[in-house]
Design a protein around this ligand. Structure first.
Ligand code: GLY
Ligand code: MN
Length: 404
């Protein structure tokens, strides 16, 4: 609850949604060889319906969610302990577990006897490779956020409050059918782009500064994740261009490595090699000072993506990629205006943050970039930002005025 009886918006746990397809809070799902999928659905009283509206009960669990058995949650204390007693091993979603079943004596006994194990590794394995239907949803969530970011880039010529761009991306995603954002959008103008998960989004973007937007949306449970960095006033400075070109080259080279058999770790190592040598050439880190690299880019080159933004996190980064896996490729550089950690980047690069992130599907023959429609080449970005507002003189005047 946000306060008293006023709720936050609810997002279902990924594993529960994957197994049941149910987005409603408060249920418990049990899978066993003997009973198949058994869903315990929250009991609803007439007063609850007055406040919350109609909700799915045991009938919906069987008819709509295709559970083999369904009971009201109030009956769980009679039914579940026996199921636990009869099982050799009990796997449960440790992170999302609730006291509604952990407090049962049967569960405690099983736990003491080492019979209770974490389910996560198994669901992470299942969720790592997307089925055809899941790929369709992943494609759609990528397409929605790509179109929405393009609209937001165009708006940035005349509207340079971070909050306006955050509002625009959310509006465009929801108007295209997204249920919610995948995470709080990062809209960092200038030095705010050097904060990896900047979340305030409350400053004005200065003329000449870049803006970094890291955004994603959720489409029927499946997420997108996309970052672009561009100059809302239509021109990169020399220092911005030098850094941007290196990050872009790294993004493209790492995407080329995406194919069955390689691992996220191998791609990560390649990105680190490219960036260290690029930073050394630009004089950002000294020769033999590769330790300073971590102060300027503390993130991994990417992560698995699916129903969670960092998906299947219990799996090793060495795991070979396979067709149907979706990952991000997101090299970046984050140079604060004054050194926070022990790095010595030159003044001309101070206060610049750049990340270029794409959502990549691994295919039989290599990969497909699901966010490829959003420009990232420098001439494409500057042409997009500098082109007239669809022939509207007012908009091009407004854009010029905003940047003076
Ligand atoms: N885009 C959020 C993250 O990858 O951490
Ligand atoms: Mn990401």
């Amino acid at each position: 609850m946000m306060t008293d009886v006023v709720p936050y918006s609810f997002r279902q746990n990924g594993d529960y949604l994957y197994i049941t397809g149910c987005t409603q809070p408060g249920g418990v799902a049990v899978l066993s060889k003997e009973t198949g999928l058994c869903m315990f659905m929250p009991d609803k009283h007439k007063e609850d319906v007055v406040w919350e509206g109609q909700t799915a009960g045991v009938e919906a669990a069987v008819d709509f969610f295709k559970a083999d058995k369904a009971f009201p949650l109030s009956e769980m204390k009679k039914i579940l302990p026996e199921m636990i007693e009869q099982s050799k091993v009990v796997y449960h979603n440790a992170k999302a577990s609730t006291s509604s079943y952990r407090n049962f004596d049967a569960f405690r006994r099983a736990s003491l006897n080492n019979k209770v194990k974490d389910l996560t590794h198994y669901t992470d394995e299942l969720r790592w490779i997307k089925s055809k239907s899941e790929i369709k949803l992943m494609r759609e969530s990528a397409s929605i956020v790509s179109q929405s970011l393009l609209q937001t880039m165009l708006l940035s010529r005349t509207h340079r409050e971070e909050s306006q761009l955050a509002a625009k991306i959310e509006y465009e995603c929801k108007m295209r059918g997204a249920q919610r954002m995948a995470f709080h959008p990062v809209v960092g103008g200038g030095v705010n782009g050097s904060v990896v998960h900047y979340s305030r989004n409350d400053k004005k973007i200065k003329s000449g500064d870049l803006v970094l937007m890291d955004v994603g949306c959720e489409y029927h449970g499946y997420l997108s994740d996309l970052t672009r960095t561009w100059p809302p006033c239509g021109r990169f400075s020399a220092a911005q261009e030098e850094l941007y070109s290196l990050i872009l080259e790294t993004n493209k080279e790492c995407i080329k490595l995406c194919k069955p058999g390689t691992s996220i770790r191998e791609i990560h190592h390649h990105s680190v090699k490219m960036l260290i040598s690029g930073f050394q050439e630009l004089g950002i880190i000294g020769k033999g000072k590769s330790i300073q690299y971590n102060y300027l880019n503390p993130t991994s080159i990417g992560h698995s993506l699916g129903m969670d933004i960092h998906d299947s996190t219990s799996l090793a980064f060495d795991k070979p990629l396979e067709p149907g896996v979706v990952i991000t490729i997101e090299p970046g550089i984050y140079i604060p205006s004054v050194p926070i950690l022990n790095e010595k980047a030159p003044d001309r690069f101070r206060g610049i943050g750049i990340r270029i992130e794409d959502k990549v599907l691994i295919t039989e023959n290599g990969h497909e970039v699901l966010t490829a429609s959003v420009p990232k080449e420098i001439p494409h970005l500057t042409t997009l930002i500098n082109m007239g507002g669809g022939g509207s003189m007012t908009e091009s005047h407004e854009a010029r005025a905003a940047c003076n």
